[in-house]
Design a protein around this ligand. Structure first.
Ligand SMILES: Nc1ncnc2c1ncn2[C@@H]1O[C@H](COP(=O)(O)OP(=O)(O)OP(=O)(O)O)[C@@H](O)[C@H]1O
Length: 296
């Protein structure tokens, strides 16, 4: 489990993190979303024990990330935002080095991952493409079967096929009860995986939302109705149904009541088309992403 309580770190330029609070439970994928410079990497550096908090605390599986960092690293897998490998090495040298440092006994999962991500491990790191380096980072982060996995923009550079593979891997790890934090500045990187999405801007969390609840709420609340006759739209507007939008003979109803009630009401009209639109989660989150600055 990951716990971040009132985490605060103000740099001399007034940037940093301010009272950041969140929790990632075992078996959960937490999407940490924010634009460039929002504070994602600074949070992650605290979780890895590289930075001492000014105020507050970051904890992994009950251990303080700063004062007990040595107890955390064995159970942690990590993909950094900017991957810096030792250039003279091949991929296999690098993986051997990591296994040695961690004291990993079995190479079973490592070999599975190498095959799965189709990485030629004899290639020298300096000859690797961005995508190949990213695959190497993924293998290194998961090969020791860590309990807690922290990923900084993990799928950047991966082709769509490998991205799919990576999403599948995340779902499998989640099922096994792993605790996963993924930071990203693009919503689409989180949409298929995250259970909870927290948005950070200017070092402050501005929204934390359970994705499943949001999807359910979205699915049941919005209906688009196209009437045979335009005047029926006006009649509907005089009803107690909430019309969030209308144009010509079309109206959008947003309601939190039983769908049967709506059908009963609409049955008195001639309906041309009835639709439950797929609201894009991305559109909802982009609103926070872009507009919230004035509320901070
Ligand atoms: N050591 C430091 N000294 C001064 N300012 C810093 C330091 N480290 C980070 N910052 C500033 O703190 C802010 C947050 O940076 P951080 O790297 O955490 O952002 P990020 O959300 O990871 O961004 P990106 O998506 O671009 O990687 C930025 O404005 C950055 O310039």
């Amino acid at each position: 489990m990951i716990e971040v309580n009132n985490l605060t770190k103000e740099f001399s330029n007034k940037k940093g993190l301010f009272d950041v609070d969140f929790k990632v439970e075992k078996g959960q994928i937490f999407g940490y979303l924010g634009p460039n410079g929002a504070g994602k990497s600074t949070t992650i550096r605290h979780l890895l024990g590289y930075v001492k908090p000014q105020k507050g605390q970051a904890k992994i599986n009950g251990f303080d990330c700063w004062s007990e960092s040595e107890k955390i690293h064995g159970q942690l897998g990590y993909i950094p935002g900017e991957i810096a490998f030792v250039e003279g090495m091949s991929a296999v040298d690098f993986l051997n080095l990591m296994s040695g440092m961690r004291g990993t006994k079995s190479n079973e999962k490592r070999n599975e991952l190498i095959a799965r991500f189709d990485l030629d491990i004899k290639t020298p790191v300096r000859k690797m493409s961005k995508g190949m380096k990213q695959k190497l980072a993924i293998i290194s982060a998961f090969m020791h079967d860590p309990e807690v996995i922290i990923l900084d923009e993990p799928s950047s550079g991966l082709d769509p096929l490998m991205q799919r593979e990576f999403v599948d891997l995340l779902h499998e790890e989640k099922k096994k009860g792993k605790t996963i934090l993924i930071s990203s500045h693009i919503f689409s990187e989180l949409e298929d995986t995250a259970d909870i999405i927290a948005i950070i801007r200017h070092g402050k969390l501005i929204k934390t939302q359970d994705v499943h609840t949001l999807r359910e709420e979205m699915a049941k609340n919005i209906y688009e109705v196209e009437f045979q006759n335009q005047e029926d739209v006006h009649s509907l507007m005089n009803s107690d149904l909430a019309i969030s939008n209308h144009e010509g003979n079309k109206a959008t109803i947003s309601v939190d009541r039983d769908v049967n009630e709506i059908f009963k009401y609409l049955s008195r009209y001639k309906i041309k088309k009835f639709d439950v639109p797929k609201q894009r989660l991305e559109d909802i989150f982009m609103k926070y992403y872009n507009d919230k600055e004035e509320h901070l």
